[in-house]
Structures are given as structure tokens and as C-alpha cells.
Design a protein around this ligand. Structure first.
Ligand SMILES: Cc1ncc(COP(=O)(O)O)c(C=O)c1O
Length: 366
């Protein structure tokens, strides 16, 4: 979809903040691990190509979720290693080899299917995935891990890495995290033929368990300046949110007491008031459940009144403002700020989802 450039709604992305956040996190990890930036889902909504190009010099590689995201980066000229975190089916392996992409291999069934289908794994670089307790993908025992490595090697693949993913590293209760860590540590130690790159740390693990890092980290949400736990755990150091979502008033009117605003007539002005309209709606990822939350105009909190429509949102203004007045939906205005985490709390979700949902219709400005 083409983004809508000719309206004042945009996501401003501060690429230098992303670079600075990476430096800050890495400086606080006692070992010197390889660093992969997780740029899946269009770099959590920030724009994968722009982000990857900007930080390529300071990281060892990138993680994406699927083949198309990886190919997009290669076609944009990214040359560093790219690990695909999701499962790519054997029939697509030739693309991984052609584009020199690293695949995650998560089951014995996968490697056996490749063999039965006579798919050539020569030239393929892969990391095997261990399910230490997340329950999504990966082998679940030392025996399966040994067999997977052996069968991949037998079929000509280069098994460069082994990794796992934690389900609760961003939670106050560390019980499951400790169990997963112990399981993965023991498994890695027990392998005769352990791949050289061993990684388990996402943002939360890299921040709050920096001493448990193996020899590589996969940094996602933290590089975009957000706390992976939302508000559950405090960050041990400052990081800077990289994305600012803004729009502007395109219509301003004074309505009398009792006026109905928006679909469903869910809001009636209690008295005469100024209502402003913004060209942003749920098709931009500004979802309907944002009704009654605030935006910032001229450093003041202004409530969204009436339903959020597909393309427009109405807000109550303290006074008449001229058309074109900037409105901040995520970011700072004067002394006030609204973070993606604040928006997530209003929606009953996580800051990751808020950023990923900002749709392609919203242009990213760097
Ligand atoms: C396997 C894997 N590693 C790393 C990450 C990055 O996580 P975070 O954004 O919490 O750092 C993700 C994110 O979903 C993931 O699925």
C-alpha cells in the first residue's frame, strides 16, 4: 500500500536514538557478545530498510521473522548476516541459499522432509532452535538437538548456531526464566558438537539478566526505546523512544451543548465546546479503543471524544486553534508526553503491538 504523504499524519523516526540505544544496552553487557538487531515487522513499525541501513555498521547482523522480510533487506543492499527467526519450509530453502540468509531449523521432521523431498541443503547456513519452555518452535531434548545437528550436517548444511527464547524474562517472577535458562545451559554443555554461536537473550534478558548472555544477543524493542516489560520492571538506564506519531488539526468548529460527535452518537457535548478533527483513524493503526484517551496539543492533554473512525478522530480543544496546528499522539509536546506504553495500557495490550500496528498508510519520516 502506498503511504498517504499528502496529509499531516506521520511517524517521525529518530534513527540516531536507535543507534544510541544499541550502544547503551551493549555497554551494559559484561561480555562482548555478537549483536543482532531485530528488525522484523518493519523494524517494529519504524521502517526496516531505513533502520537496518542506519545501524548496519554497529551490529553483527539482523533478525527478521520470515523470508520476505529478509529478501527485502538484501534487495535494499544490506550485506550483514540475516537470521530468519520463524520456520521457512524446505521448499523455499533455495531462496535462503541464493540470498545468503540464515535459517532457523526447529524440528527433526523439517530436516527429514527436506531429505524425502530431495532438497539440497548444501550451502545453507542455519541455527537450530531449542524449545526450553516457550512452547512455540524448537526441539525439546538433548537427544533431538544432537540428531538435528547430525542430520543437517549429513545433508550438507552448516550449523552455525543454537538458540532459545525466553517466555518471561520481562516479568517480575523469574521462576520460569530460571528454569528455561538452566535447561538451555545444560543442553548446550552436553552437546558433543555444539555450534559456535549460542544465543538466548532478547531485550529483556539483555537488560535485566545481562550476566546470563551466551555469545550473541537479539535486541528488539529496547533499541526502539521502549521498556519490554511495559511498566512492570524499571529500566536500569535511560533509553530514548525513537518514534513520534503526529498529526494536525484539519477541521475546527464550535459545537453547541448537546451536539453529537462521531459514529454511534456516543458523545454529546455537555456544553458549547471546540472540537478538532485529525486525519488519523483505525486504518492507520489508531484503533477504536483509543476513544476517551488523550492527545497533545500545544503541550496540553486533549481528550479524544466520540468514536475513532477509519480515517478521522475528533478531539475536544480548550479553545479555537488554527487549522494545521500540530497534534502529538505518541511523543512529547511542551512538558507533556504520551508514550507507546501509555497507549498500550489504555488498550490493554503491549507497547510492541502499538508500534507494529501503525499501518503503512502512515509515512515514516527520518
Ligand atoms: C525469537 C525472538 N528473539 C528475539 C526477539 C526480540 O524480542 P524483544 O523485542 O523483546 O527484544 C523476538 C521477538 O519477538 C523473538 O521472537
Amino acid at each position: 500500500m502506498i503511504s498517504s504523504l499528502h496529509r499531516p499524519t506521520k511517524a517521525k523516526v529518530n534513527l540516531d536514538a536507535i543507534s544510541a540505544n544499541i550502544r547503551t544496552v551493549v555497554d551494559h553487557i559484561p561480555s562482548q557478545p555478537k549483536v543482532w538487531a531485530v528488525v522484523k515487522a518493519n523494524a517494529y513499525g519504524h521502517g526496516a530498510i531505513a533502520v537496518a541501513r542506519h545501524i548496519e555498521g554497529q551490529v553483527d547482523g539482523f533478525c527478521v521473522s520470515n523470508l520476505d522480510e529478509a529478501i527485502e533487506l538484501r534487495q535494499a543492499g544490506v550485506t550483514k548476516s540475516i537470521l530468519i527467526l520463524g520456520v521457512v519450509l524446505p521448499e523455499e530453502v533455495y531462496l535462503a541459499i541464493d540470498y545468503q540468509l540464515t535459517l532457523t531449523i526447529a524440528s527433526l521432521e523439517w530436516v527429514r522432509l527436506a531429505k524425502r523431498s530431495e532438497i539440497d541443503l548444501k550451502g545453507l547456513t542455519c541455527h537450530i532452535k531449542i524449545d526450553s519452555g516457550m512452547g512455540r518452535i524448537g526441539v525439546r531434548s538433548q537427544a533431538e538437538a544432537e540428531a538435528l545437528i547430525a542430520e543437517l550436517q549429513e545433508q550438507g548444511a552448516f550449523v552455525e548456531g543454537i538458540f532459545t527464547h525466553f517466555a518471561t524474562a520481562d516479568e517480575v517472577d523469574q521462576g520460569q526464566f530460571e528454569e528455561q535458562l538452566a535447561f538451555f545451559r545444560a543442553l548446550v554443555r552436553s552437546l558433543d558438537n555444539c555450534p559456535s554461536v549460542v544465543h538466548a537473550s532478547n531485550s529483556a534478558t539483555s537488560i535485566w539478566h545481562a550476566d546470563t548472555v551466551f555469545n550473541a544477543v537479539r535486541l528488539g524493542v529496547i533499541i526502539y526505546g521502549l521498556n519490554p516489560s511495559g511498566t512492570a520492571l524499571d529500566l536500569p538506564y535511560d533509553i530514548e523512544p525513537a518514534l513520534h506519531l503526529e498529526s494536525a488539526l484539519v477541521h475546527v468548529k464550535e459545537v453547541p451543548a448537546g451536539a453529537s460527535v462521531g459514529y454511534g452518537g456516543t458523545y454529546h457535548s455537555p456544553k458549547a465546546e471546540w472540537i478538532g478533527t485529525l486525519p488519523i483513524g483505525y486504518a492507520d493503526g489508531w484503533t477504536r479503543d483509543m476513544q476517551d484517551f488523550d492527545v497533545l496539543v500545544d503541550g496540553q492533554l486533549c481528550q479524544m471524544v466520540g468514536r475513532v473512525s477509519m480515517d478521522q478522530t475528533t478531539i475536544r480543544l480548550p479553545k479555537k486553534y488554527p487549522l494545521g496546528t500540530k497534534v502529538t499522539l505518541i511523543g512529547k509536546s511542551g512538558d507533556q508526553s504520551i508514550s507507546a506504553t501509555d497507549v498500550a495500557e489504555k488498550r490493554g495490550t503491549i507497547n510492541y503491538e502499538v508500534l507494529c500496528l501503525i499501518s503503512d498508510r502512515v509515512p515514516r519520516e527520518y
